[in-house]
Design a protein around this ligand. Structure first.
Ligand code: SF4
Ligand code: SF4
Length: 435
């Protein structure tokens, strides 16, 4: 696409990056067919190509964002399906991240939107605050339909996300004493240990079984993805710098084989720290090193090999999180590992389409998120699986709200097949297990 950015604007590294992405786009439109919002809404401006045009106009002409442009950018899930489809290697992720930050700087949202976004940014990245908010949300859950009728659908969507029982505390590492293969850092993160702490407990057990000591670094915080996707660039950079500092100290002690991430949405952002901090001389090298060490847990387990396992025989519908398949290009590891562990793995139709979770998207854009969630669950239920496996907490919550089929993390099934406990959500299936 031809561009006419002024030399002054191209002095800004974010503008340069966006201009380069826009120039690569050849308008072919291949990406429209795989874009969930275009598939649902049928509006060119809700397709990647349409959004690239809108962003180009806004950035090139140094315009303040209009309400219409903001609407179409807000509707983007950042699912990155368009990146997988694009034959021209357009880095839509960096482009839309820049557009969101530009909008946050220059556009005054209505008061209600500002309040909801402020509240999400102040609650979700902090596990203690989030845990307390969920306790309150559980009490207020019956009010969700009333709030939706009163025009507060994002608040209602948030209340519906609240689990109906208190989350258990994370398990401690097991008592094994010998870890011949070294140490790995495991991202504790923010939402996952509050909503489904059993995911990380399973990861710790499996990694220990593989011969790795698992470290939770003191001082580590949210990866920054949640605020990054709301355009709060400085908040996201602050989180990234903090984690680079904390993890670099552990890496300097030696023997760290990887930084393991059990939530693929976080993994995509951590793998991008090198880009996010590319213009900060104090961080650029260390951030690139941290990004290179970051591995999705399935990616790491596939690389080091699954330990001896028992055949399990359950039928698993594998839901590929967008951040894993499109953001990190980890496409085959989870299903291959599950198959090798003796599960019968099925993949739903339209597996490239987002389930509608997308960070805080299901809170900020509940109408589109609901449609995508229902469509995803219908495709999964057609497979008649015993269990649904995924690698992202957001997907697990979004899908789990809509079906009675249990949803687990892929790593829980791998842990169980290699000597760990039966996931608590699968106890009712015990009669189907081989003796
Ligand atoms: S990130 Fe997803 S929703 Fe956004 S334009 Fe690309 S395919 Fe469409
Ligand atoms: S597939 Fe790539 S090159 Fe083609 S319109 Fe979409 S973003 Fe542009």
């Amino acid at each position: 696409m031809k561009t006419q950015f002024s030399p002054e604007s191209l002095a800004d590294p974010d503008m340069r990056s966006s201009e380069s992405a826009i120039r690569k786009c050849v308008h072919c439109g291949f990406c429209t067919a795989t874009c969930p919002t275009y598939v649902l809404l049928g509006d060119e401006l809700d397709s990647p190509r349409g959004r690239i045009y809108l962003i180009k106009e806004m950035l090139e002409k140094d315009q303040n964002p209009t309400a219409d442009v903001v609407k179409h950018i807000d509707r983007c899930l950042s699912c990155l399906s368009c990146i997988t489809t694009c034959p021209s290697d357009v880095n839509y992720m960096h482009l839309v991240d820049h557009a969101r930050a530009y909008i946050a700087d220059r556009y005054q949202r209505p008061l209600k939107d500002r309040f909801i976004r402020w509240m999400l940014a102040r609650l979700l990245p902090y596990p203690h605050r989030f845990r307390m908010a969920l306790h309150l949300a559980r009490l207020a859950k019956p009010l969700a339909p009333l709030l939706a009728k009163a025009g507060l659908r994002p608040v209602a969507a948030m209340l519906r996300l609240a689990p109906t029982t208190s989350p258990p505390q994370p398990s401690k590492q097991n008592g094994e004493v010998s870890y011949p293969n070294g140490r790995v850092l495991l991202l504790r993160g923010c939402a996952e240990p509050v909503l489904r702490p059993e995911f990380q407990s399973a990861a710790v057990r499996l990694l220990n079984r593989l011969g790795y000591e698992v470290i939770f670094a003191q001082g580590e915080g949210c990866c920054g993805a949640l605020v990054h996707h709301m355009g709060r660039k400085q908040d996201a950079l602050m989180s990234a710098r903090n984690n680079v500092d904390v993890w670099s100290r552990e890496v300097a002690r030696g023997d760290i084989a990887a930084i393991i991430v059990t939530t693929s949405g976080c993994g995509t952002t951590i793998k991008d720290y090198g880009f996010m901090l590319r213009d900060d001389p104090a961080y650029v090298d260390r951030a690139a090193r941290i990004s290179a060490l970051a591995k999705d847990v399935s990616e790491f387990v596939e690389r080091v090999g699954l330990p001896a396992h028992e055949r399990r025989g359950l039928t698993v519908a594998y839901h590929a999180a967008c951040s894993l398949q499109h953001g990190q290009k980890v496409t085959s590891a989870p299903a291959t590992l599950l198959t090798n562990a003796g599960y019968v793995v099925r993949t739903p139709t339209e597996s490239h389409l987002c389930c509608g979770s997308a960070g805080v998207y299901n809170i900020l854009q509940p109408e589109i998120a609901d449609q995508l969630g229902d469509r995803k669950v219908a495709a999964i239920e057609q497979l008649r699986p015993d269990v649904i496996a995924t690698g992202n907490i957001g997907c697990a919550m979004q899908i789990g709200q809509r079906t009675n089929i249990p949803v687990v993390h892929t790593i829980e099934l791998l842990d169980w097949a290699t000597g760990g406990p039966l996931p608590s959500t699968l106890r009712h299936l015990q009669h189907k297990m081989p003796a």
